[in-house]
Design a protein around this ligand. Structure first.
Ligand code: C2E
Ligand code: MG
Ligand code: MG
Ligand code: MG
Length: 281
């Protein structure tokens, strides 16, 4: 099938091209409807401190429960949304839902859960972003220390001068920004030095089997050195095994996220998770 070959593959069969274009159009239409029908949901995945064993924050990850398609992966629909202006609408929904959830957790007696929100390139460069975040924070009484933004390396590096401007504005309102999937894009080190970023998230591909694969170990060690030199902190993504954890800890990487600790979960489960942790069970 043409659609399995990926977007950039030249295709000889016009009928397949039409199929693919049609599928995409249908998906866009379904996403538009999903927003109206309230089919999106946020899951939250804990980030854990290896020294204390405690959750330091969570990452918000969107889920689409489609009555027609079942659970659709964001890895599948976010790229489609990014190619249309749908990502702006979905992105605003994610930001508002995160703030609403922070407030709901606060009402439920769980203060101080820090939520990291993924923001797409188009949304990040939108002039209204900082004002919109400020408004949401005021409306839901969210403190800057409770909200964080994750941008992929490619988003940050696509238009570095504009990114610097936007990151400075976010810093002015006290919002910290992480670079997601670090190592999979092309970072200019001279820009990285100038960007007000707080955290590097080491991509899962380098964490995988890091205790047995010397190339991954070398990359992780280089990223740790870079973060240290630039005064940034590190989160390792996708930690699954004890061996990976031990290696990361020995290398000096303290903050981790991955199935080894917890899978992304709905808000009520996360609240239980936090309560269990607080009571030390
Ligand atoms: P990401 O931001 O890098 O998120 C981490 C992804 O890794 C999540 O996949 C998470 O479920 C998965 N993961 C975490 N720990 C492990 C592990 O130990 N093993 C494995 N194999 N996977 C692990 P998910 O939720 O499917 O999201 C995929 C991507 O979709 C995200 O990657 C992000 O780029 C995008 N995305 C998700 N939610 C949003 C959103 O609200 N807005 C935007 N713009 N993008 C989003
Ligand atoms: Mg992320
Ligand atoms: Mg990531
Ligand atoms: Mg990723």
């Amino acid at each position: 099938r043409a659609k399995q070959k990926g977007r950039n593959t030249f295709c000889f069969y016009d009928s397949h091209m039409n199929d693919e274009a049609l599928d995409r159009l249908k998906l866009e239409e379904a996403l538009r409807r999903a927003l109206v029908r309230g089919e999106f949901q946020l899951f939250y995945q804990p980030q854990v401190d290896l020294h204390t064993g405690l959750t330091t924050g969570v990452e918000a990850l969107i889920r689409w429960n489609s009555p027609e398609r079942g659970q659709v992966s964001p890895a599948l629909f976010i790229p489609v949304a990014e190619e249309s202006n749908l990502i702006s609408m979905i992105g605003w929904w994610v930001l508002e839902e995160s703030c609403r959830q922070i407030a709901a957790w606060r009402e439920a007696g769980l203060a101080g859960i820090k939520v990291a929100v993924n923001v797409s390139g188009r949304q990040f460069l939108n002039h209204a972003l900082v004002e919109c975040i400020s408004d949401l924070m005021a409306q839901y009484r969210v403190l800057p220390s409770q909200l964080e933004i994750e941008l992929t390396e490619s988003t940050v590096m696509a238009e570095p001068e504009r990114a610097i401007e936007q990151l400075n504005r976010l810093r002015e309102i006290g919002i910290q920004v992480s670079v997601d999937d670090f190592g999979t894009g092309y970072s200019s080190l001279s820009y990285l030095k100038r960007l007000p970023l707080s955290t590097i998230k080491v991509d899962r591909s380098f964490v995988r089997d890091v205790n047995n694969q010397s190339d991954n170990a070398a990359i992780v060690s280089a990223i740790l050195g870079l973060a240290d030199a630039l005064d940034m902190s590190i989160v390792a993504e996708g930690v699954e095994t004890e061996g990976e954890e031990r290696h990361l800890k020995d290398a000096g990487c303290i903050k981790v996220q991955g199935f080894r600790y917890a899978k992304p979960m709905p808000a009520d489960q996360l609240a239980q998770w936090m309560r269990r942790e607080k009571s030390g069970i």
